[in-house]
Write a protein that binds this ligand. Structure first.
Ligand code: 13P
Length: 258
């Protein structure tokens, strides 16, 4: 796969939404099916809602579905886990791997991330490899080395030609979630420039405190193929507002101007 020419906008719902809420979001996407021109949109429900969202979205609605996590083993005695094949069977085409909340709360390491990236590719899924430095590393000026190291280790089990199947999401820990701080474009620019220069991934996304006020400026950071959004996209109207911003950014000349 070559470098992206579409602008990506995706959201993870994290541990939110009942089946009814997930279906209502999907219905909102169907109603807005003309809004996705030039935009590669994805939604990442909790595991429980993947199949329901898949069933609700007709194939002509160009929104991909992801999973927030999956195990690296194809099957077996791993109580509470689901495999890459299982999330693919439920309707996912991409899988989030190594989100900072999983690294912090669930013991995800660069080693398990690498196993999962390998398993995702083997299952035909697009790995969405999440990386990002904590505040202390940034305060010490170490973010480039930290993030490059996380990506290198995360990709370490892939054959070189499979790196082009991976989407990288740069999500600095200090920017994510409640209490996260919105970044200035200049603060993320060095990392967003480094990632496509060093890694031949399919796309590089930015995530962490994205909202409809800062989205256009963040999309303008060189090297940025799209945005990965949490809180500001959990309402379907808000998600669609971000999709429209991305479509406008593309029509204004991005992202071919790298
Ligand atoms: P917020 O947009 O809520 O900061 O979350 C970002 C994120 O973690 C996306 O996975």
């Amino acid at each position: 796969m070559g470098r992206a020419r579409m602008t990506w906008i995706g959201t993870s719902w994290k541990m939110n939404k009942t089946l009814a809420e997930a279906r209502a979001f999907a219905d909102g996407l169907v109603a807005a099916r003309g809004a996705f021109d030039g935009v590669r949109a994805f939604v990442i429900p909790a595991h429980t809602a993947i199949a329901a969202v898949r069933e609700r979205l007709p194939s002509h609605v160009p929104v991909e579905i992801g999973a927030q996590n999956a195990h690296w083993a194809p099957a077996g005695a791993y109580t509470g886990e689901v495999s890459m094949g299982m999330v693919a069977d439920a309707g996912a085409t991409l899988v989030e791997i190594g989100h900072s909340e999983r690294r912090e709360h669930f013991g995800e390491t660069d080693e398990t991330v690498a196993l999962k990236v390998e398993a995702a590719v083997a299952a035909g899924l697009t790995p969405l490899l999440c990386v990002g430095e904590p505040a202390g590393v940034r305060a010490a000026g170490g973010e480039i080395d930290w993030v490059a190291g996380q990506v290198s280790r995360g990709l370490s089990r892939l054959a070189g030609h499979d790196v082009g199947r991976v989407v990288i999401a740069y999500e600095p820990v200090w920017a994510i979630g409640e209490g996260g701080r919105e970044p200035l474009p200049d603060e993320i620019a060095p990392v967003m420039g480094m990632l496509p220069a060093r890694f031949a991934a399919a796309a590089v996304l930015y995530g962490g405190s994205v909202n409809r006020r800062n989205a256009a400026a963040l999309l303008g950071v060189p090297g940025t193929d799209g945005l990965f959004v949490g809180r500001a996209a959990w309402d379907v109207a808000e998600f669609l507002a971000l999709v429209r911003i991305a479509a406008r950014a593309r029509h204004a000349g991005r992202p071919d101007a790298r």
